[in-house]
Design a protein around this ligand. Structure first.
Ligand code: OFO
Length: 169
């Protein structure tokens, strides 16, 4: 049976991953309706990936004999200034998620739940990869500034970077 403090901390993380998915969905919609089809494809798939992050936690809690719980999630913003604004907000959000995963890991360690801390290693690595990926994208967007041809090229690149997420295990 999973430790109740750990379960409640994971349930909070489930909420955050669900919010991430919804936030990236809102961003994808903005991109699709603002002339960035490649960025939209990338963010739609990233929204699916966040759902996979959520589902992995849901299955983990239930498989450990616990009870995954859904919570109310707030409405993400749907207004963005530019593609740069979108990806700055993605980066800001991912940093918040990294901190949250680190805090969750700390709870598991404090409660001596080594199975959960082991399970969370996947999320720690994932956050590192995501922060690196978004940093690279942000650098490219900053480099082209307001150059329309450069933006067109970045959008094409984002189209090629979109990868369908692996199914949740
Ligand atoms: Fe973007 O990694 Fe989950 O939230």
């Amino acid at each position: 049976m999973i430790n109740l403090k750990v379960q409640s901390a994971i349930n909070e993380q489930i909420k955050k991953e669900e919010y991430s998915s919804r936030l990236y969905l809102a961003m994808a919609i903005w991109c699709e309706t603002s002339g960035y089809p490649g960025a939209a494809k990338f963010l739609y798939e990233h929204a699916d990936e966040e759902r996979m992050h959520m589902m992995k936690l849901v299955h983990y809690v239930n498989d450990r004999g616990g009870n995954a719980q859904l919570m109310d999630i707030e409405q993400p913003t749907s207004k963005f200034e530019s593609l740069l604004d979108v990806f700055e907000k993605v980066m800001e959000h991912e940093k918040y998620i990294t901190e949250s995963i680190n805090n969750l890991y700390e709870v598991a360690l404090t409660e001596k739940d080594y199975t959960t801390s082991n399970f969370l290693q996947w999320y720690i690595t994932e956050q590192l990869e995501e922060e690196n990926l978004f940093n690279t994208i942000l650098d490219k967007i900053k480099l082209v500034g307001t150059d329309k041809a450069g933006m067109f090229h970045i959008d094409k690149e984002l189209d090629g970077m979109a990868v369908a997420p692996a199914p949740a295990v």
